[in-house]
Design a protein. Structure first.
Length: 84
């Protein structure tokens, strides 16, 4: 049987479509919420997914570059230089 979608109203679930079962039929229900953010949304490109993941830094590339440079400098402190 194909999954059915619906909306919860207290202890009742209003289905979008008829389930095709006789009235009074006993059923087992597994409730799984749908994500409103992804429901009906188009597939995002890799670049768009990265922009969404970076959040606060999405529009602040210069600050991110400064932070990453600082982080690299901190990692080198106290490290021995490797000989080629």
């Amino acid at each position: 049987m194909e999954p059915l979608r619906g909306i919860v109203h207290g202890r009742m679930i209003e289905l979008e479509n008829e389930p095709g079962l006789p009235d009074g039929q006993s059923v087992t229900v597994v409730v799984q919420p749908t994500s409103a953010a992804t429901e009906g949304a188009p597939e995002l490109s890799s670049r768009a997914r990265l922009r969404r993941a970076f959040g606060a830094w999405a529009e602040d590339a210069e600050e991110l570059d400064d932070f990453l440079a600082w982080n690299r400098r901190q990692r080198r402190i106290g490290r021995m230089e490797m000989e080629p």
